[in-house]
Design a protein around this ligand. Sequence first.
Ligand SMILES: [Zn+2]
Length: 470
Amino acid sequence: MRWNLCRRFGPWILIWSPFWACSPSAPELPEAKQWLPESPPNVLLICIDTLRADAVDGGPNAAPTPHLDALKASGLVADQAWACSNQTVPGHVGVLTGLAASRHGVRSNLEVFPDRVESLAERFQRAGWQTAGVITNALLRPEAGWKRGFDQYLDHSDQVHDSKGLVAGGRPAAEVVNQAAHQLLQEFATKDQPWFLFLHYLDPHVPYGAPAPFAGSQGGDPQALASRYRRHLLADPIAPISQTLVRLVAADLPRGRGEARQAVRNLHNLYLEEVAYLDDKIGELLSWVQQGDRPPVILFTADHGEQFGEHQRMLHATSLYEPAIRIPMILHVPGGPQGFRLSAPVFQRDVAPTLLALAGLPWQDLDGRPMFQIDTGRDHLAGDAHWLSFYWGKWKAIARRDASGPQLMELYDLEQDPQEEHNLLADQEAPQALVEALQRVLAQDQHRRPGPLGDRHKKILQDLGYVEEE
Ligand SMILES: [Zn+2]
């Protein structure tokens, strides 16, 4: 049976929402069994820290990303993909477990990889894949449980430049990751086993800035910031925009300061320059893997997004609005469909099932589904320690977590109001079915209160600027 995402789920689209309605000209996705890898494939999972969806979507707010554009053209792209959190640790737990936020129960960077769930790396390792990971954010450090299932797990967070990796005189994260990846790829090639490689890039995370020739390429200019902010620039010549500076801008936004609005545009340009640099390094990586004898399945995504003045917010751990939760999701399968757009919503929990299904390994015990078998009508929970957002059809509800249960504070119709500007709870009740669905999801919540933080974890959070945001 050949199936078409629109045709197959047509009735549900009408019931749930035209939010993911397909255009009449949407091409038919070839039946999966025609293009699933015949032998165990190599698998490359790329997760970018702090990459908002519209920074790489080719639209008016995007950076130039020719290499990602080429990857999209040779694969499947999710038009809409959501993270399970606005923070690094829960976001990566979602990516590496295939579990929904309520099932993995991790809500904030105060926590570690949960010991009660199996990771994607463990599944590949058990099935005979060579497994390796490279990370540049110390929140994902090996001793916090993230190493499980990896034959090699390389923590290079201490090599990336100054305020990101906390070592003065360091290098951009993508340079460090690519160097490690190149070495690993050479090691993989000496064995017959397929490999699974997880690469984490910290580049777009604040402090913003890109090396030459990308610095200034999108109109960013740290020296053009008002003196009020400029005095908080870091000495780092590559990434001079400090957390302190961005927080100061954010604090000025509700006061209507014109210099703050100008600063936001400048900071966004500096962010896009870093995304453009990242794309260049992803291109370098892809040139290595795609020229090999067995080019891998590639999945490209992010742990969460970033805000630039929307709802007067900056950074990412400060709200659950769309800029912090929407992420890119691109899948490339050698010999698979090319240039397809998936209009049904895709969630972070779909990453692991997608890769396991392509490898011919069981995924059905997980909460997500392979991207190429997505059903519509799924709800989604995203959250942090204090707030949650619940996606149900075209609706998005934002609630405060209270001891007595979630207190609904905001409700948006994302189809009519994708910018979340009109809180409908001012005039109407939330749909009862939405409330009941949220109650069902929260009834499964596996959250456990994090234990006391060790000194190193506290230092990592402070250095990355998270502590004040918790
Ligand atoms: Zn992150």
